[in-house]
Design a protein around this ligand. Structure first.
Ligand code: ZN
Length: 250
């Protein structure tokens, strides 16, 4: 069954990938009724990518209720990171209230193997997660034929990291700084969905622990997937597309 077809998301029944920066073996309790959503225009110049660029769709569920500016900036950051890995990102912002569910075909439609959900969790929601170290997020294990895999972001931890960025706050303010870290966090967790378990690396975006220097670079620029990880992601997406077609043909 599609995990995000408008039904409560059975995250607690799914296996998860744990990582030190981030991920925990987690038990998220509670219903997560999905609701109306809107497709978001591509950002970061993604429309300059070739038509045959591998693509993913990310449905964003913002339980934190961030400002649209922070959401848009963080999406742009994630999009740019994947663009530099040769992957196009399409966003669909999905409201989280049950009442609006019926109004949003974009968020209720069946998900494929290249469609993923990114959920920004509040402190109470995060409290239901069994944390390891200082978890920033949680990505389920996502085999190539799995549909609608979920990456959770523990927003309070993102805020903590954003407050630890060295140097003065840029003229855009703390919100912009938070958005940059959040964008990297989302890319990192989606990276876990695409790269599989144990996908931390000593350099780049998939470092297991983010140092002050990492945070500084993320604030002013980007930490990226390594070339090897980028290739692994692109080839994995090709497999996912083929498996999706095979499943639909049956
Ligand atoms: Zn990680």
């Amino acid at each position: 069954m599609n995990a995000l077809d408008g039904s409560p998301i059975p995250v607690a029944s799914r296996q998860s990938v744990a990582c030190t920066c981030a991920l925990a073996s987690a038990m998220l309790v509670g219903s997560c009724a999905l609701a109306a959503g809107k497709a978001v225009p591509e950002v970061g110049g993604s429309d300059s990518q070739p038509d045959d660029t591998p693509a993913i769709t990310l449905r964003l569920y913002d339980y934190v209720n961030l400002s649209q500016a922070v959401v848009s900036w963080s999406e742009a950051t994630t999009t740019e990171i994947f663009k530099r890995a040769g992957v196009r990102v399409a966003w669909v912002e999905c409201p989280v209230s049950t009442r609006q569910l019926r109004k949003s075909p974009a968020c209720r439609g069946e998900m494929g193997t290249t469609d993923f959900a990114v959920r920004l969790l509040t402190q109470p929601m995060a409290a239901n997660l069994v944390a390891i170290n200082h978890p920033m997020g949680l990505a389920q294990e996502c085999p190539d034929d799995e549909r609608g895999c979920v990456a959770n972001i523990l927003y309070p931890r993102v805020g903590e990291l954003a407050s630890q960025v060295p140097g003065k706050v840029a003229f855009q303010g703390q919100g912009a700084r938070t958005a940059k870290i959040l964008g990297h966090a989302m890319a990192h967790e989606v990276g876990h969905l695409l790269l599989g378990p144990n996908s931390h690396s000593p350099v780049g975006l998939m470092r297991g622990t983010w140092s002050p220097d990492d945070l500084r670079v993320m604030n002013w620029g980007y930490r990226l997937f390594t070339p090897s990880q980028s290739e692994q992601i692109r080839s994995g997406l090709e497999r996912r597309v083929k498996l999706d077609r095979l499943a639909k043909a049956q």
